[in-house]
Structures are given as structure tokens and as C-alpha cells.
Design a protein around this ligand. Structure first.
Ligand code: FAD
Length: 385
């Protein structure tokens, strides 16, 4: 391998493009291979929320790395909508975790505050606090447009000499001396290192290399809510889920007369076929979502359901992403996949760690993230229940 290895990244979603950005920053030669278009997979179907309101130190540490890069991209002109993020609590035990989170976040340089149930209307005047103990709010969190992020990063890496090849599907692979020959719909492409950033297709891509990778395509649906007059405040991201407890309902401002709502929890974990799933929101799901919303924000002015869509969370058994080689005897085949419902907000740190594995053989810039490698104890089937 040369001092400037040629890395091929399979997949131009947020994980692939963030990996390309981190590799180019370190001088690698990069080719991104995308079967369709930029952000055409899960990334373009997401709700784009980025936040740090978590209670686990590891989750906050990952986001510390991610937010540093988002701020850097923002300083270069990328748009980050700082609408704030409110995570709701139903129990005093959850509120105690939130108090700890405020301290951990402050150490990491993030602003956040705990609100008691009766104070929640300061943030969301239409909120019903029924059944709630309170919430944690981070004013600097918000949302981004993942399609814009992929395009912003594509422009950045092209300016550094990388190639981003769309409509270029990887069909197969040959191992050759010192690297790989990838067979694609646009001919053969040689490289030293491969990063599998194929999202819900990552299992299929790993299989081309004779490796088993348990990334499970899980269906999720989102819907826009139209309001017949503008709210006189910005609806922050509101999330009713703490460490798996809560309904999973989440909603946020999109425009002054439009919200976007989603349910983070699923009823069925049956895997979808990423090449042939119904990408529209089911009617039953729309009704369920409307009922949950009515309960939490009962008097939204003239709210009606708008366009709905479905997409896939690329999920792992322990709900943490896979970053690193599956097989340490083949360190030139790096996985960056399985980010579940957090692949937009975690894409910068996953890209950073994947680039470390590709160029340095270890996650040198983010100590503690070795645990994200798809080791045999983590890389196992996802239970469908
Ligand atoms: C409804 C919904 C809401 C969500 N909301 C959020 C949110 O608010 N915040 C958040 O952080 N996350 C959210 N997510 C999750 C997030 O969208 C995913 O975790 C993330 O997009 C995964 O990115 P990725 O790059 O791994 O995969 P993808 O974006 O799917 O990219 C993989 C790419 O690989 C390409 N590919 C596959 N096979 C091949 C091949 N053989 N050759 C070449 N290319 C190939 C595909 O075409 C695809 O473009 C949401 C997801 C959904 C569905």
C-alpha cells in the first residue's frame, strides 16, 4: 500500500460521505461508489434530528465528537437549524438521570437544563403534561437536512480530489495482491481499502466479501402535520422516549405551519427487503400517530395530516453502530453501518472512527470507540420480537 492509500467507500449516505470527508482530511485518495444517488437510501428519508440529550456517558462522548464536526461544517456554510431538543420523562428516576446528564453535558461543553412538568409549557405552550414528570432541554440541538449534508460533503471531498460516482453499484469483488478489484455497473475499480457504508444493504455488501454482518433493515414511518395558521413559537424537537421507555413519539418544527412527526419505537421488528419495501406510510400508522400527537399537544391550531413516508433504520442487535473491521485478519475491509435511528447525528463520529480504522488500524482519534467494532459477541442476529 502507498502512503496515500486508495479507499473505496460503498454507499453515499451520511455515513459514507462523512467517512469520505474524514479520509480526505487525512490525505487519502477516495472514491465513493453509490448505486443510486446521494442520500437516496435511509439518509434522505430521515427526520434529520441531531441532539445530545442522552443519559449514557458513551452516547454523550460519541456526540461530543459528532457535534465538533457539525460546528466545523456549519462554520463553512452548512445549515444547522438550532430549534432545541426536549426529551420527556415520565418518572422521577428518569428525572434523576436527566440531572446527571446535565452535568455530563456541561463537562462536554453542551448547554442543557431540566424542566419540571409544570414548566414544560414555557418551551411548548401547546404541551399537555399529563403523565409526565418533566424533561431535559438542550437549546443548541436541532435538525439538519441529510440530503444537503451529503451534497455539502460531496462538494467538499471533490474539491480535495475525491471521486463520487453515482449510479455505480458494486456487484462483486475480487481480492487481488494488496487490495481489491470491485466489479461495478460502471466497470472494475481497484483500491487498497474498502469501507462498507451501505446502510440497510450492508449485510448484502459484506456477503460479497464472504463476511456475515448482522445489520437488520427495520421499517419506520414519518409524516408531516399541517397547521392552518403559524405557531407563534418554534416547536423544538420533542421526544417521548428515555432508554426504551415511553411511546417513541417525536415531532419537531419543519416550517411555521408544518411539523414532522415520527415514532422511534416499532411494533414489528420483521426485517424489510431494502430493494422492495413499501416506502409509503400505512394508513393505520397515520391514525396511531395522530392519536399520540393529539394526546401530547391537544390544541394545535387546525392540525391535519399531510404527506407520509417510510424508510429503514439499519439496526444492530445491541442498537449501537458497527465501526471497524469484522475480521482483524482483514483490516482493509472496514464496516461503517448499523446506526439505527441515529445515523444522521452520529455520521461525523462514525466517519471519523471508520477513517481511523482505514488509515491507522485503530480508532486513534476517539479513544473508547474500539467497542464499536463488529466483534463476534456484537455481530449477531437481531431478535425480531
Ligand atoms: C423515518 C426515519 C427517521 C429518521 N430520523 C432520524 C433522525 O432524526 N436522526 C438521525 O440521526 N437518524 C434518523 N434516522 C436514521 C438515519 O436515517 C439512518 O441511520 C442513516 O441514514 C443511515 O445512513 P447510512 O449512510 O448508513 O445509510 P444510507 O443512507 O441508506 O446509505 C447507504 C447507501 O448505500 C447504497 N448502496 C447499497 N448497496 C450498494 C452497492 N452494492 N453499491 C453501491 N452503493 C450501494 C445505497 O443506495 C444507499 O444510498 C431516521 C430514519 C428513518 C427511516
Amino acid at each position: 500500500m502507498t502512503s496515500s492509500p486508495h479507499v473505496a467507500i460503498i454507499g453515499a449516505g451520511t455515513l459514507g460521505m462523512a467517512t469520505a470527508s474524514n479520509l480526505c482530511a487525512q490525505g487519502a485518495r477516495v472514491t465513493v461508489l453509490e448505486a443510486n444517488g446521494l442520500a437516496s437510501g435511509s439518509s434522505g428519508r430521515s427526520v434529520g434530528v441531531v441532539g445530545t440529550q442522552f443519559t449514557d456517558p458513551f452516547d454523550i462522548m460519541l456526540r461530543t465528537h459528532a457535534i465538533r464536526q457539525f460546528r466545523d461544517w456549519e462554520s463553512k456554510g452548512f445549515k444547522f437549524n438550532h430549534i432545541g431538543y426536549l426529551r420527556l420523562a415520565r418518572t422521577e428516576a428518569q428525572m434523576a438521570l436527566f440531572e446527571q446528564s446535565v452535568r455530563m453535558q456541561a463537562e462536554a461543553g453542551f448547554r442543557s437544563r431540566v424542566y419540571r412538568a409544570h414548566e414544560l409549557t414555557q418551551l411548548v405552550p401547546h404541551m399537555s403534561a399529563d403523565g409526565l414528570a418533566g424533561g431535559i432541554f438542550g437549546p443548541d440541538d436541532g435538525f439538519i437536512d441529510p440530503y444537503e449534508l451529503c451534497n455539502f460533503l460531496a462538494e467538499e471531498v471533490r474539491a480535495k480530489g475525491a471521486a463520487v460516482r453515482q449510479a455505480c453499484k458494486v456487484l462483486g469483488v475480487k481480492r487481488v495482491a494488496g487490495g481489491y478489484l470491485l466489479e461495478t455497473t460502471k466497470g472494475a475499480i481497484g483500491c487498497d481499502i474498502v469501507v462498507n457504508a451501505a446502510g440497510a444493504w450492508a449485510r448484502q455488501v459484506a456477503a460479497m466479501f464472504g463476511q456475515e454482518l448482522w445489520v437488520h433493515p427495520e421499517r419506520h414511518e414519518a409524516i408531516s402535520i399541517h397547521l392552518d395558521r403559524p405557531l407563534d413559537y418554534v416547536m423544538p424537537m420533542v421526544m417521548d422516549l428515555v432508554n426504551g421507555e415511553g411511546t417513541g413519539l417525536n415531532f419537531r418544527h419543519e416550517k411555521s405551519t408544518e411539523l414532522i412527526a415520527e415514532v422511534h419505537k416499532v411494533k414489528s421488528r420483521e426485517p424489510e427487503n431494502p430493494d422492495a419495501y413499501n416506502d409509503q406510510c400505512d394508513e393505520d400508522s397515520k391514525v396511531d400517530l395522530a392519536e399520540m400527537l393529539l394526546e401530547r399537544v391537544p390544541d394545535l391550531p387546525g392540525a391535519s395530516l399531510g404527506r407520509g413516508w417510510a424508510g429503514l433504520y439499519p439496526v444492530t442487535a445491541d442498537h449501537r453502530p458497527f465501526v471497524g473491521p469484522i475480521d482483524m485478519s482483514e483490516p482493509t475491509l472496514v464496516t461503517a453501518a448499523g446506526a439505527g435511528g441515529y445515523g444522521i447525528q452520529l455520521s461525523p463520529v462514525i466517519g471519523q472512527v471508520a477513517a481511523d480504522w482505514a488509515l491507522h488500524g485503530a480508532p486513534v482519534s476517539a479513544p473508547g470507540t474500539e467497542t464499536l467494532r463488529p466483534t463476534s459477541d456484537r455481530n449477531r442476529p437481531v431478535s425480531p420480537t
